[in-house]
Every structure is written in structure tokens, then in C-alpha cells.
Write a protein that binds this ligand. Sequence first.
Ligand code: XBP
Ligand code: MG
Length: 239
Amino acid sequence: MSIQAIVFDVDGTLADTEDGHRIAFNKAFQLSGLDWHWDVPLYHRLLAVTGGKERIRYFLSDFLPGFARPADFDGFVRQLHALKTEQYTAMVRGGQIPLRPGVKTLIETAHAAGIRLGIATTTAPENVAALLEVGLGPHWAGLFGAVGCGDMVPNKKPAPDVYLWVLQQLGVPAADCIALEDSDNGLRASLAAGIRTYITVNDYTRGQHFEGAAAVLDDLSDLPAFCRMAGLPLPEGAA
Ligand code: XBP
Ligand code: MG
């Protein structure tokens, strides 16, 4: 059976975003008068937990247990994360985080060939909209049959929830779908949903373990080679 749908992870896959997130977190901490600073080595460790709000909680529980938590701790985390999202979307809209090589052509080629497209991400919906408005144009949402993100599902990656939700929305069985991911958490989620998954690594995920991936690539810069491997229609003009 030919591929009926492609489901894309966002952070690290559509674009190399994670250091932008790290910088946005640090800006939000500074604006909030907090003396916290997430450097690259620490952020590598914090990425074990998906979801920005969950990551802040993980940082406080495992790296800053002495922090005096405000009475409304949930509200504190929510407001801090909302401030971070403002910083991050401003960076994205400023053009600082472009789509990775081959991504735009893959999306446009697959859409033109009638393949259903989905997004399955842990990041906030505002971040998806900013990244794809800049990367694909104002009508980006029309290219996707389902956009699963952030708190829409009860359990974030590595749980399969967001992938199962997207498959259900697209009405495509997992066996007729492929996924594109960048991280071990993401791969565990897509494999648990029964989806054949291709990995494109980045500096934050290169050293992770990807057992079960259909292939592990540096990126999609040789898009015709990827399309042949994955059984996808070739981009226009590809031999
Ligand atoms: C990666 C994540 C997200 C981002 C930060 O998402 O785990 O939490 O690191 O974004 P993806 P938020 O599933 O796209 O790889 O602060 O909005 O969560
Ligand atoms: Mg990712």
C-alpha cells in the first residue's frame, strides 16, 4: 500500500528550534527576575522531559529543589511558560529560526500528490503557527489535515497520545503512514502508535538512541534520496 499520510514532529525536525527555546526560556527567567540560566549542557539534560511547563517543573524538582515555590505554583509555571512562548514566537517571527533543508519542498510535494499531512508535537500551538506562517506562508494550515500540539492530549511524548490523535483525525491507519522525528522521546511516541518513523538528528539529539527507526539521517538535504527510500513521490525535476 502506498503512503497515505506523513506526520511531522516540529521541534528539531521541521526546524532546528531547541536552542531558540533555550534562549527564550532564559529571557523569560530574566524578565521574571529569576537568576536561573539554562546553558547548553543543562538544556541537553532537561530535554529528557518534553513540554515546556513540564520541563520547568523538572528543573525545579531535580536541579533546584530549594526553590521556595509560590502558593499558586501551577499559576507561576503557567505564567512563566506563557512569557517564554512570547519570547520564542518573537524570535521565530523575526526570522531567526528557518525550516530545515528539504522540509518545505517535501511538504509541498507530498500535499500536491494528495498525501495527507499531520503535525504531532509537544510544543505550544502558538509556536507551531509562528514557525509555519514564517516557513510556509499565511495559508500553512490548509496544508495539514490535523495539527496535534501542546496540551491537546493528556500525555505528552514519549506517550503515543498525540500521534494516535492525529491518525484518528486524518482517518489513515498507522500502517499507511510515516512519521518524521528528531528525538528518542519522539521516536518512542510514534513507534508506540505503530508508525514507521524516519529520524533527522540535530545537535541536541545526535547522541540519542534510535532503535526501531526506519532510518537515521543528518537531514533531508538529499530529498530525492529520502523520497525513494521512504516510497514517496519525487520532488518536481528530480531525476
Ligand atoms: C519538543 C518539546 C517542546 C519544546 C519546547 O517538541 O519537547 O517542549 O522543547 O516547546 P516536539 P514548549 O514534540 O515538537 O519535538 O515550551 O512550547 O513545550
Ligand atoms: Mg522534536
